[in-house]
Design a binder for this molecule. Structure first.
Ligand code: PLP
Length: 393
């Protein structure tokens, strides 16, 4: 079997149409979008407007100028957290988030706590990774200036009740941000319908290019700059715009939105085949995250007792299967995933976890292949494990 890519929550392959949309900005339309006195600059400026309009439409923003382009999902998240915190310092110093956010959110919050005197509440989640809107409401104080809760979790695929949480935030007049980086392309994302004030997205998670993202900021929300310099992005984010990247992202997003229902149905089918196959063929395993309702259509995450996640990955790699254990950012460290610990897994079980994330290009043959090669890998690793000795006998 040729290489089987089952790590679409880490990144996705660039779509041909997205690449094609990018190329003109590396050749003919090389102007700086801020150079208005000559043609190639104006061409770039006009193209940028059209691209912003396209992204705004794809996420249901009311106004084109509510979309701000960034250099990544991490930048959008950092900007949302620090920008709101610093702009609202006089109003209060309290931020609410969860224990299962991406490190872009968690580490930005920790920085504000340690270096700038903010207080952060990290909400617990239940055993499936769900945040309760009631818990959000209970955590709000008269000092609360920001609530940031992800739309879909990148490790275990839990889809949070964002609309309900947005209502709670609105009722208490607190700004609400959601990291929708994993949600785009896998669930309907409409900022108006969700009622969020800010939303982060990243091109490379939905078959666009890497190194480009966006932050939706509803008009009327006051936010400080993260990057100072020129007047780009309405003076809110300096740097000459990455037009090619933005074009690739806008195109990929357009296609993702257009094909959402079809892709969701396909991913869900592949996901469920994997889940069923693993449950049937491997004993002592546990599905992490929701069973079905409230689970991202493309995410599978299992813990296998008595084995190490990293060993599974190495043996899968020898079979040409690309997968992940914990999150890509965290691998290399020996700490178990903060998400798996937050849903209550003991350390030794959190260590033996495997994430398989499918995509629109995943085939039934690939799924069958993984279900064929995985059980012997787990069996072999268990036979080598001192913890496993005696369990089977
Ligand atoms: C990938 C990811 C990010 C970071 O996006 P980058 O563009 O890689 O910086 C942020 N949040 C979530 C939930 C992600 O999955």
């Amino acid at each position: 079997m040729n290489s089987v890519y089952m790590d679409n929550n880490a990144t996705t392959a660039l779509k041909k149409e997205a690449l094609d949309a990018m190329l003109p900005y590396y050749t003919d339309i090389y102007g700086n979008a801020s150079s208005k006195f000559y043609r190639v600059g104006r061409d770039a400026e006009q193209a940028l407007y059209k691209l912003r309009e396209s992204v705004a439409k794809s996420i249901g923003a009311e106004y084109v100028n509510e979309v701000y382009f960034t250099g990544s999902g991490c930048e959008a998240d950092n900007w949302a957290i620090k920008g709101i915190a610093f702009a609202n310092k006089k109003k209060g110093n309290h931020i609410i988030t969860t224990k299962i956010e991406h490190h872009a959110i968690l580490n930005a919050c920790e920085y504000l706590e340690k270096k700038h005197g903010f207080e952060v509440t990290y909400l617990d989640v239940d055993e499936y990774g769900f945040v309760s809107p009631e818990a959000v409401e209970e955590a709000i104080t008269d000092q609360t200036i920001l609530i940031s809760i992800m739309m879909a979790n990148n490790e275990i695929g839990t889809v949070e009740p964002i609309k309900e949480i947005a209502e709670v935030a609105k009722k208490h007049k607190v700004i609400f941000h959601t990291d929708a980086v994993q949600a785009i392309g896998h669930i309907k994302v409409d900022v108006k319908e969700l009622g969020v004030d800010m939303l982060s997205l990243s091109g490379h998670k939905f078959h666009g290019p890497k190194g480009v993202g966006a932050l939706y900021i509803r008009n009327g929300v006051r936010i400080d700059n993260l990057i100072h310099g020129g007047g780009q992005e309405r003076g809110k984010r300096a740097a000459t715009e990455n037009l090619a990247g933005i074009a690739g992202m806008a195109k990929a997003l357009e296609i993702a939105v257009e094909n959402l229902d079809k892709n969701m149905a396909h991913c869900k089918k592949m996901r469920d085949a994997l889940i069923d196959g693993i449950k049937k063929n491997i004993p002592y395993c546990r599905l992490n995250g929701p069973e079905d309702e409230g689970r991202l259509c493309n995410n599978v995450n299992f813990s296998f007792q008595y084995v190490e996640g990293e060993s599974i990955l190495m043996m899968l790699d020898m079979k040409n299967v690309a997968a992940s254990s914990g999150s890509a950012c965290a691998s290399g460290s020996l700490d178990p995933s903060h998400v798996l610990l937050a849903i209550g897994l003991p350390h030794e079980i959190a260590h033996g976890s495997l994430r398989l994330s499918v995509g629109e290009d995943t085939t039934q043959e690939e799924v069958d292949y993984v279900i064929e090669v995985l059980p012997p890998i787990i069996q072999r690793l268990r036979e080598m494990s001192p913890l496993y000795e005696g369990v089977e006998k």
